[in-house]
Design a protein around this ligand. Structure first.
Ligand code: T4K
Length: 391
């Protein structure tokens, strides 16, 4: 790896890039290939490829146990899991969501002709601000979707109190929060249900996939019907539904990867602490911290660049990309600034000040299996040289 001592050593100024291959945020983790291929052989031998097969059932059991929750209903993606959960809970009219989230949270509502009403976030947590949620309630509101952004849980008690007070359904988009806790209790146990994503880039991946976690028996039955066209046995459709099923290959990838949860958290936690230490002396940069008293999966390394920094957030991303460090501007622009919602909700941006400020300042750095300590040192040195020499 090259040594970076001054601005002249940066690739953006003509030097060689620090990394010969791109370093991604969300580089997929794949467990033991032989174990996975053994499952694949089993699937092909069984000739049972999808439709609630044995691999999916085994995965659901293990994921539910891991989250201390009664039901895990596996689906083909986190987005479809959100859509089905929203429909199973009979949400309609308007539903309150953060704007500072991945676009799927809003799309899952819009796709079903429900209006996402965007509430602001607290700048310290990046999660929904309960006061802003209260301000967005109208007589058309039927629900709230909290997002546990970066695996740090939303203000669950406050949101539940608002939901109870106004007779609203509360569910959580827990796409980032596989295995994470709130006051020591695993996600999956809050609200009416919680939705996980098992996308390739997530802490726990099944190629594509997702699941709804719930302790509600009747809701779990409905979700199972809805993900399979509403079929209850052959030739008998008893509920509206769609095709949200997870296939056996995805479940096999999940069963393979479930064996590594502890070692992966340990690795990610070490990565996070190394970044925390390395970034601590750089002006203008704040690393979003995780509460070590809670279980987190430490999948995302999120930095904020301060307003008074001489280097803009976008310049920082550009400089890192030239080094083959593919840092991401998650989640920029906020959902309400994306075209479908920008045109639908022209009046909303004034009430989403913190979302806009944070989304203009955030950079997510490569983490997880993509990096080791030496690579982190190089990434941080590139950031340090850029910022210190530009002051
Ligand atoms: N709610 C929230 C809060 C979410 O963050 C997400 C998904 C959802 C709901 C919906 O869940 P899913 O329906 O996706 O299960 C990525 C992911 O596609 C998306 O799943 C994720 N959130 C979001 C935060 O990030 P993109 O479009 O920014 O990145 P993508 O998929 O191109 O991957 C990022 C980088 O990783 C790529 O530049 C290359 C690398 N990569 C990616 C894949 C897929 C690999 O090296 N190998 C791979 O196989 O959305």
């Amino acid at each position: 790896m090259k040594t970076i001592k001054s601005l002249d050593d940066l690739a953006i100024n003509g030097a060689n890039p620090a990394f010969s291959e791109p370093l991604h945020v969300g580089h997929p983790f794949v467990g033991d290939r032989k174990v996975f291929l053994g499952y694949v052989d089993e699937i092909l031998d069984n000739n049972w490829l999808t439709n609630n097969g044995p691999m999916v059932m085994a995965l659901e059991k293990q994921v539910a146990e891991h989250h201390d929750v009664k039901h895990c209903v596996a689906m083909c993606s986190g987005t479809v899991a959100l859509e089905i959960a929203i429909r199973a809970l009979k949400l309609e009219g308007e539903v309150i969501v953060p704007s500072f989230t991945f676009i799927a949270t809003a799309h899952a509502l819009h796709w079903q002709a429900i209006k996402p009403v965007f509430a602001d976030i607290s700048p310290d947590t990046h999660n929904l601000d309960p006061d802003s949620v209260r301000r967005m309630i109208s007589d058309r509101t039927t629900g709230i979707i909290g997002v546990h952004l970066w695996g740090r849980t939303a203000p669950i008690e406050e949101l539940q109190a608002i939901a109870d007070e106004h007779n609203l359904k509360l569910l959580f988009d827990s796409a980032h929060a596989f295995g994470c806790t709130h006051n020591g209790i695993k996600v999956g146990n809050f609200g009416a249900c919680e939705v996980l994503s098992f996308h390739a880039t997530k802490f726990f991946q099944t190629l594509e996939g997702g699941a709804v976690l719930t302790n509600d028996d009747s809701l779990a039955d409905t979700l199972r019907l809805m993900r399979n066209f509403g079929f209850s046995g052959f030739d008998n459709v008893i509920h509206p539904g769609t095709n949200g099923k997870m296939n056996e290959m995805s479940a096999a990838m999940g069963l393979t990867n479930l064996q590594y949860l502890e070692t992966r958290i340990e690795h990610n936690q070490n990565v996070y602490h190394h970044y925390l230490h390395a970034l601590s002396n750089i002006p203008c940069i704040k690393l979003l911290e995780y509460d070590d008293k809670e279980t987190n999966n430490y999948q995302y390394i999120v930095i904020e660049i301060s307003e008074d920094c001489k280097v803009s957030r976008d310049r920082l991303v550009e400089v890192l990309r030239a080094e083959n460090i593919l840092a991401r501007r998650y989640f920029w622009p906020c959902c309400h600034r994306m075209r479908p919602y920008k045109s639908m909700l022209p009046a909303q941006s004034c009430s989403l000040e913190q979302s806009e400020i944070i989304s203009d300042r955030v950079v997510v750095l490569p983490s997880g299996v993509a990096v080791d300590k030496e690579m982190i040192d190089t990434i941080v040195t590139a950031i340090a040289v850029l910022i210190k020499d530009s002051q």
